[in-house]
Design a protein. Sequence first.
Length: 588
Amino acid sequence: MNFGRRRFVQLGVGAALSFDVNRLLAQGVSTHTAKPVPRPAASGRPFNAHFVDVAAAAGLYAPVVYGDTEIKKYIVESTGCGCAFIDYDNDGWMDVFVLSGTRLGGPPDGTTNRLYKNNRDGTFTDVTEKAGLRFLGWACGVCIGDYNNDGFDDIFCTNFGQNTLYRNNGDGTFTDVTKAAGLWSDQQRFGAGCTFVDYNRDGHLDLFVSNYVRFSFENAAVPGENANCRWKGIPVECGPRGLLTGKHSLYRNNGDGTFADVTQQAGIARAAATYGMTAVAADFDEDGWQDIYVACDSTPSLLFMNNRDGTFREEGVLRGAALSDDGMEQAGMGVGVGDYDLDGHLDLFKTHFADDANILYHNDGKANFEDATGSSHLGVETRYVCWGAGIIDLDNDGLPDLFMVTGHVYPQVERTLAQYPNKTPRAVFRNLGKGVFEELIQEAGPGVAAAHCSRGCAFGDFDNDGDVDILIINLNEPPSLLRNDLSGKSNWLKVKLEGVKSNRSAIGARVLVHYGGKTQAQAVLSQSSFYSCNDPRLHFGLGSSTSAYIDVYWPSGLHEAFRQTAANRLITIKEGVGLVPNRGWAKS
């Protein structure tokens, strides 16, 4: 039974989902489906971005070990992990942090998360051991932020088991301060999404963590054991349905290196139970306070609106960002945040399971979202299980594109159903303007067309050449590093922010760039895509415009404007000070 979002709100989440118990029990993952809409004729426009995988040449050759390669016995093996661009040594060049898992029967030698230092010549050096970041276990998500405001970005990782906070010591090394910071849990958790967020505007980064399911190997069912352990009649790993939901947490930064659990008093615990995945924090209603959005698997996604008094109210369904347009829950996994239609407001792009459309939510600027999937032509693609995602201008034409990575969770299924391969290509949806997109795969280069079983991805300019490159997690293979070999003469601008009264990382800042009669909004995020973190330098394609006008809305509430900023350069803005010298950037 299908019913609209407004009817869903009237009935309440619990009542609506109770209509069809058989639907809920049919399989472990959301059963919502969407038939692909007809593809319009190709536009014939050239696409000047061209992606080539240079990971091997760059020295990113270690595989991301994650579960068995042929069959997944438990859900822990299948969800995978994220990655991050991070300038951990403040030299102005993006380094790379790649998460990893393990295997049920024991990890191959050398299995670990990995930190790669950027050598500034297109190559990287593995500095994991030197940095003190060796880790063995089931890593999931990563978020980046300077939680102690010392000028060096720190790393928080969610894991199955115990999460980890790594303090950047400023000398190329990190220290595990999880227990000292008050973030250790006596209970085993399935950590998922995470994001640093200054929710109370005190200048210190707080921390939100989503949890996926409650799971233990000792009590876990095996493939085919019950209705939640089958997909299209084939035995597969169980869940998430049939498993207890995870509990999401909010930790307040005490300003002394420690955190306090404020989940109850902040209202986070009052939200409906969900299978939480990627978490993003941004000011979606433009009131100057950070809100939190959580993509949720097979349950309604969550939108926590900031009450500006230290508490939140959950309004995902009410505001149109929780369900499909026909009022049904979907297998929400990844989230891109950006301004696809250049109206100055932050929109959402959420990825889903095979046989369903990914969803594009249009924001009216007051955090009321409308499903624009149909009008945008995004619904032409429903073949793949989709994960990491972004709203990012790949060809610098001034129109933000969409990008996503794909890969199945049931590797054994393709032996019976060839239409559901385990390894699948990435996809670009190039922005044609007026809210319409065109899917490109082969046309975007061999790095996009190549088939992998991917999960997280991060967007950043690793070679500092003025375009956006992409780092991608591939399960049981080395990661991909898609170098953007951009042609054409389109202009661009990068904006790096340094907080003073705001948190040093400027996480939560909203930037409007005005160019050629257009306005584009972006935000400094600690996590997006799927369990991943992008280059913190905001990248704006400007098309033919040679200059731009910039508005910066700092997390502290300060608004600053910068007129007639010349194109094709990075600018670094310090809160209350203005433009300051860039780190390590040759162009000026």
